[in-house]
Design a protein around this ligand. Sequence first.
Ligand code: PMP
Length: 387
Amino acid sequence: MTNHYLSEAVERIQPSGIRKFFDLASSMDNIISLGVGEPDYATPWNIREASIASLERGMTSYTANAGILELREEISRYLNREFHTPYDPENEVIVTAGASEAIDLAMRSTVNPGDEVLVVEPSFVSYAPLVSLIGGVPVSVPTSIENGFKVTADQIAERVTDRTRGILLCFPNNPTGTVMTKEELEQVATVIEKHDLIVYSDEIYAEMTYDGRHVSVPALKGMRERTVLISGFSKAFAMTGWRLGYVCAPAPIAAGMLKIHQYAMMCASTMAQYGALEALRNGKDEMLEMVESYRQRRNFFVSSLKDIGLDCHTPGGAFYAFPSIKSTGLSSESFAEKLLFAERIAVVPGNVFGEGGEGHIRCSYATSLSQLEEAVDRIDSFLKEIK
Ligand code: PMP
């Protein structure tokens, strides 16, 4: 479908494969959805209440472009305390409309037309289109189940050219749930430093690690000065609809991002910023309870998928399982479509996440244990039907 009023850049990108699939699923009854990448909790009440209180006090104006200073200070303390990554709240932190805007700002402020940006895939669906939209060239660095979807220094080195500007990393990963250890990340950091690349590190799932604490990329030797750290409140604090995230980077890069943010967004939602302030000040206990519950669900769901014969690596974080469906001989799209019609289970076909995703499906286990049990039974029946 073309239209001569549209820009070439917009014509170049495709609508999200996830949405396309869910429009279909939402028109059907009795669906168990393992599709959407969001917590199954409502935002904790104290966070909602803080936002309501800000409205009651009439705090309804714009904030500073970079966000309320108090919130930036709280983000800075939080990152330093939890992940050993100090950022100056005045010059290095910008509050954004979700991590989504943070990714966009990072790309727009650092990538020139024709620059190549390495994207470790399978990956979150926004990365490659956001690179393309500004005339950059996304270059896939595919990972696979054989290596637990980890990326190695050699794989990166192989794809570096003299046009390579930076690399997008996301651990814990969407869609694979993969977590890299400190030693593994240090190896990757060496090659990044050698080629003087910018790192765009999407750490939105940092709080959701189940076998040890998250290692933040800017905390690694030589990385802080070249890293744009992307994160937000959607996942850890169950705040997807609030549209609140943040981006941290060395002052000159942050200043570049702020120029775009002030023109495109002015500032993030004021009432959401007051909620986020409460999340960082008093949200830890409830957040840890939610994370513990995801851990239990991961343990149940991943071992159950293995029991019914699907090859699935154990995800160390986020809330996704990414089993292989290669043994069925079906493409991921055909598997997902048939599973939806035959058993009313919605999953996301792995091919939408780029190279390395074909032959897999993404299942979000952020749904109740009883639904997960039912989902496993139905997937089991489906596997038997198509044998
Ligand atoms: N990055 C990753 C890896 C994600 O999975 C998501 C949400 N699915 C986002 C960014 C966007 O998050 P936000 O709601 O903060 O825009």
